[in-house]
Design a protein. Structure first.
Lengths: 117, 400, 400, 400, 117, 117
């Protein structure tokens, strides 16, 4: 089993999760993070309209799903396709990390392994 | 006193009381999430402490006959004020008491996120006694020397705003800078909620200061609203032109700046004067907020830039724009140059007295073992909500 | 009635209405995040339900002539009250209606996080009819037996606070304990916001209860503010001395306790009595809150500790500290021992009647199929915001 | 004017001012977290802009003598209104100014989450000048043609609610749909807080519209509270019966719908009429909210369903339920069929005029280079708090 | 060392963490997530009481602990036992993911490896 | 590629992220967690000033970065140095977990592997 973690723009989450479901992903979850990458942050007011500063971090959402190895390419492709904003692809569109999962357990039944996801 | 006057003054008093919770949220929204509650409590405890001090000795010191400088102890515990015969004076006690609550609460904007809470409570008592009561006496008591000088301060530009602002500077200086200030306010809706409540309550503050439901107070109401709006708009537009965006915290602060500036003038100027005062407050307070970081003083929530600069501008503007037909006093524009001198004297006297005595009080508190102005570094890092109050403002972990 | 009296009573009525949203936030901040909305709705729906019940039959039952125990149906739907000729009575209908809203809302603090919402709505109707209206009649209607006894209850210590508190105990007992109570309140700023609004609104509650803009109401305003402050301060200082920290939720609760205690006394005591009442409320309510967990009754938000204990203390304190020169009645300190008996009778009668009838109403509701007092375990675990209202209070996932 | 009338009108004016921050939170809670501040600022800036426009030329255009269609420039800058001699008119300027603030703020519910903020500020100025002032003149100025027709609009059903609602529809149509609307409101407690403040402030709105503290205003207060409660209850019960749950946002919206509907009628109907109006508002506004998504117009926060439908229902209901003994005019039930025609004319005239002129203003603004109605797609996706105001509403990352 | 990530119902967190402590878990942390699996989401109002829709995602809490390999079975068992609601076990009771951790470092001391957890 | 997860005190985040940037870290993100380790929790009021209880968990922030293997030691050292409070190092200063990442994908370009981080 592998874990896919996709860091995406918050406003793309509904598109990405729809794409995951369509690609046959059995389950996922997401949460808010604050990220910094190549995107050069965001201008915010400090001093109540009297000055602006760059906050180097931007809000992102991390979506994670644990799937069987064989679904990997399909799921990654689905995320890449759905996470881009309208247009060509911009800095800050996101990043995907893939790693190994040794085992999964379903709490309800106690099932292990592939059966559990 | 007619029942209508009583009705309005009861309402006005309630409105001024509400300003302090309003201030609690205005200030609370500007700090880090881990210090929100502490900041709110600075204001809320002013309601508790000042109300008690006021009826015990504060009112007597401020408005007891006394001399030109200070009242006396004739009304300790409101002694000698009969509920029926002196009801009008009791109404005055109430209304004035609300001012004694909010004035020290204003100071706290300068010291948030690091000031020790127990010391603050002691400070409240001392400052009301030794700073607030005398200055209120000077300006508003029949015997007071500034009252006799004819200084124009309709609703508390000197007594409330300049007074609080200079104490704020002194306190920020003595307590020192925050270790780890946030880049941005943590809860801007609270800032706007607070500003909205302050704007609402300020109608009581200013339009109650004529102590009647009459033409003067109607005008005070109108100019208050006008100046607040003009200052908010000015502030918003400057930030829009300078940066292409309009800061909500900025517009809220602008409104407060306009309300501060119109305070001393509300009984003396007309609606055109109010527009000018609001516009001036917008420009001047905005500039002061921009300059403050360069001074290196951590007046964290810009108390001086808003209440000091706004209050001084308002005191001078009252002199400039006063209209004889409104408040009985000619202003500079109507040719009364002398009034400007009186206004400057009132401002300078307040700056000096409040600055010096606030300094002494805080210095003494800093030296008393067990008190001291500042929390420990660990407490500051952890946040004052937990370290001073044993509480978190928000429990967001659904599981907790 | 002079226009000034009307002006003040309209204002006071609006202030009392605002107390209920204030209470919604005071209570709402004290529960878990997943039950905030439900808790807020308990109060908000009291505005909707009680206002309708009041004009349809509540007012008539409470203030229709009737006998010593209950009014009659002469004013069903406000029948017979002419908009012009009886405008003064209509103003009384309004003001009293606001009390009928907040009283049952107070009860809900005892049953949050598990009480079935539909059943609560039915409970509101029954309780107003069979508990609130009769007790209001006893105490405030000219025919009422406690009124005739001369029981001192200026603004509702028995009718509102003790009444609600004993119903709260009964309801908490019958609905049972929460499965999974949180360690801490989830939104303390809401608690303080609610307390600030309550403090503000209480000026209408107490200083409106003389139904005029006059000396009695000025005094009521002053003592209300003083007692609230004294109790908040007392509570804060006790927690500071005991634990070295000052709980914000505690100070807010203290203020409410002080406001409760001064309620029956506000028309009879002076400012010194108010300080004593506030101090007493701080000590007694604090102690009651500390003891409550030992009893094992899940009166979740301490309705009895605050409104019951505060209300009883206030009813007795009204007897103790009453000053003839203020409210026309001598108190214990002025040598009138008899008054204490009357006060005790009023308290005990309220405790018994409200306790018994509230018990019967709730028992019946529990047995009616489709109603029942408690939500299912799954609904309780999931949170009542979703299960009763189909809504989450806060959507914090930026993506949702 | 007696002091009591002045006292009440000052209070009422303050109450109406507070409605706009209330609306800010009512609307703010209904949008996505990333647009909360922008939504709040739409209302808050209406306070700043409209207050200034009002004293400069708005009042003169609306209430200067002029002709049947529009006022004149005789009171530009409140010229000619003496603080002492014309204080009563100045009080009227204040009270009416508060209506000029909230009316355009109401519109913004239709355009949240995508409308360009700078364009909105210009829109405010133009709309107040070319739409609000004329319609206010028609209905409320002595010279106004609808005033002369005898149209019943006690507190602003046409001028405020229908007017704003039709402008909202036009604006929603022209600015287009949101790209990415949320499923649920992001902060329901704000919605309830806003509704609570609106309910409170509406007492000033309606019970101040008789411009006195007298029987008419007492009745207006009572029917306002009754209709709000009846509509909230109706809404809640329908959603309970239909879905088995009671939406808090729904009940809050219901209350607002009831307040809207009683607005034109408050001076003419009794408490039974109020119950009927509130019940009708609950049913009609609820149905309209349910139908709206089917029309495909993104009137995002249902301005038309609440203020349009509620306002039209209220205007007609004023005609239906008017009681001669209350407001001097017979209604349909009392046999005055003719009144219905007048009411329909007033509604249709407002719909047409406001619809057409609002359309022209917005079309022009859309074409002006540098303005335009809509933010860029990127700005909309990022959220308007950051893109228009450079701020986040909440900083929840403890580390930020 | 291994990482155990348990996705559970928010209302079960205190039971699960108590079970972890009892099973000898040296430390853990948790955070809110929004998840979607077999559970069919939740009905919520849209349009202020005028309509309901199904939000397919539900709030969950993720509890994570990093432990030594030999504790694995005990910890997983403790979670499975404590995460179930009253009764048989329901859809949505949760899921556990197990994966490898290469190294751990204690900031305070700089300790590495098993000594650090 | 490896993943570094550092659990630190919230008030140290700006120092840690600055140290990461300085150490050449290409990107990172962080989020709030509630943790329990050796730190003995925190005293909070229950019952409105009437009683205190120990909440065993404390707020922490988790900072995560995915880097190339060769940056590992530098990055870990940078975190350890910057995450400590003033003074010697206290209980609760935090913990770092290192694990393997199999692959990374940049959404914008579709790049895989080392080029993507
Ligand atoms: N090496 C990294 N480790 C952890 N998170 C990263 C890393 N690089 C980027 N991220 C996360 O991914 C988000 C998008 O990355 P960014 O570099 O801005 O996008 P792009 O690759 O399109 O230029 C960042 O905001 C950050 O949260
Ligand atoms: N494959 C998966 N990857 C990531 N998270 C998952 C996966 N499957 C389930 N989850 C998470 O676990 C939670 C419980 O899963 P669910 O399928 O509803 O429970 P059950 O296994 O009892 O039917 C979901 O809400 C989701 O957050
Ligand atoms: N074994 C673990 N698994 C997961 N998280 C842990 C583990 N041990 C500690 N933590 C996290 O690290 C934080 C700091 O750990 P703690 O033991 O308090 O610090 P120290 O190692 O300095 O004594 C804890 O609050 C918890 O969030």
């Amino acid at each position: 089993m592998i874990s896919i973690e996709a860091i995406v723009r918050p406003e793309r989450v509904s598109q990405v999760t729809a794409a995951l479901v369509e690609a046959g992903c059995p389950g996922f979850y997401y949460y808010n993070i604050t990220g910094q990458g190549r995107q050069h942050g965001v201008e915010v007011f400090v001093g109540r309209g009297g000055a602006m500063a760059t906050r180097s971090t931007v809000p992102k959402t991390l979506i994670r799903t644990v799937i069987n190895e064989d679904q990997k390419d399909a799921i990654v492709a689905a995320i890449v396709a759905s996470a881009k904003g309208p247009g060509e692809g911009d800095i800050g569109d996101g990043k995907i990390f893939v790693s190994q999962i040794e085992d999964a357990v379903r709490v309800r039944t106690g099932d292990h392994g592939a059966a559990a996801i | 006193m007619e029942t209508g006057d009583i009705a309005w003054m009861l309402t006005a008093s309630a409105l001024v009381l509400l300003m302090t919770p309003g201030l609690a949220f205005f200030y609370g929204g500007l700090v880090r999430g881990r210090n929100i509650l502490n900041t709110i409590m600075f204001s809320f405890m002013a309601m508790a402490v000042a109300s008690v001090v006021w009826v015990l000795w504060g009112y007597s010191l401020a408005f007891g006959d006394g001399n030109a400088w200070i009242g006396d102890f004739s009304h300790l515990g409101l002694h000698g004020l009969d509920v029926n015969a002196d009801s009008e004076e009791l109404l005055f006690v109430i209304f004035q008491g609300m001012f004694a609550i909010i004035t020290p609460a204003l100071i706290t904007g300068a010291i948030v996120e690091r000031f020790k809470f127990t010391t603050y409570l002691v400070f409240l008592v001392l400052w009301l006694t030794f700073v607030y009561a005398p200055i209120a006496h000077w300006v508003w008591a029949g015997e007071g020397w500034l009252f006799k000088e004819g200084a124009l301060d309709f609703a508390g530009g000197t007594v409330v705003h300049i007074n609080a602002a200079v104490a704020a500077v002194v306190a920020a200086f003595l307590v020192g800078k925050r270790r780890n200030p946030a880049l941005e306010p943590s809860n801007v809706p609270y800032v706007v909620l607070g500003a909205g409540i302050l704007w609402f309550g300020w109608f009581g503050f200013n339009a109650g200061s004529g102590f009647a439901a009459n033409a003067v107070d109607i005008n005070a109401f109108l100019v208050t609203n006008t100046a607040a709006a003009a200052a908010a708009l000015t502030w918003g537009l400057i930030s829009q032109f300078q940066f292409g965006k309009m800061s909500a915290a900025g517009v809220a602060t602008g409104a407060v700046g306009g309300l501060v500036a119109i305070t001393p003038a509300a009984g003396f100027v007309g609606v055109m004067g109010a527009l000018a005062i609001g516009f001036g407050a917008g420009v001047l307070c905005y500039t002061a907020v921009q300059l403050r970081p360069k001074i290196g003083l951590d007046d964290s929530l810009d108390v001086f830039s808003v209440h000091g600069v706004g209050g001084i501008w308002g005191a001078l503007a009252a002199g400039i724009f006063a209209v004889e037909a409104i408040g009985g006093t000619k202003g500079l524009i109507e040719g009364n140059v002398g009034i400007m001198g009186t206004q400057v004297i009132a401002v300078v006297a307040t700056l000096l007295y409040s600055g010096i005595v606030s300094f002494i009080i805080l210095k003494v508190l800093d030296l008393i073992p067990g008190l001291g102005l500042r929390v420990s570094e660990a407490d500051e890092d952890q946040g004052l909500d937990i370290s001073q109050h044993g509480e978190r403002a928000f429990v967001t972990d659904g599981a907790d």
